[in-house]
Write a protein that binds this ligand. Structure first.
Ligand code: FES
Ligand code: FES
Length: 166
């Protein structure tokens, strides 16, 4: 297929590559640029393992074309290393037992990050909703929801509230 030069920002670094504009952004990020934290699960936009943040919103990179990244700001899980909010989220996932095989975790953390940026104090339902595009085969979601609520509380600098006070 025809190649084209695509330019975007990935994890704060300018990327300029000659590639198939109709190729999958997932392959570019994972295989060409080497950011392996972006996973491939279903490959059809349903599991969220391939989640990246594009201009502040989560997208499934397996159903995003390279051309769609042109001029955008893209962040993978690697791009959040050292970010305080991401660190609090990751720690909460571990502490709540929300990481088992870990396959869904990068995508979950990215979706949690965007959710908490937009809505720093989500209800349980809002967390469920915010993570509805991310599937986990291992944990059954309860621990994940607890982790997100815990991170939200830690980030808002408050003591955890009592059960059922929402
Ligand atoms: Fe992209 Fe499942 S691999 S949504
Ligand atoms: Fe295994 Fe979520 S921890 S898929």
């Amino acid at each position: 297929r025809m190649k084209k030069v695509i330019q975007f920002i990935l994890n704060e670094q300018a990327v300029c590559i000659e590639t198939d504009p109709a190729g999958r952004l997932l392959d570019t990020i994972r295989h060409i640029l080497g950011y392996k934290g972006t996973k491939e699960g279903c490959g059809i936009g349903e599991c969220g393992a391939c989640t990246v943040i594009m201009d502040g919103r989560t997208v499934n990179s397996c159903v995003t074309l390279n051309a769609q990244a042109e001029g955008r700001k893209v962040t993978t899980i690697e791009g959040l290393s050292g970010d305080r909010m991401a660190d609090v989220i990751k720690k909460a996932y571990v502490e709540e037992g929300a990481v088992q095989c870990g396959f869904c975790t990068p995508g979950m953390v990215l979706s949690t990050y965007v959710l908490l940026k937009e809505n720093p104090k989500p209800t349980q339902d809002e967390v469920r909703d915010g993570l509805s595009g991310n599937l986990c085969r291992c944990t059954g979601y309860t621990a994940i929801i607890r982790a997100v609520l815990r991170a939200a509380k830690e980030l808002s600098g408050k003591e955890p509230e009592k059960e059922g006070s929402d």
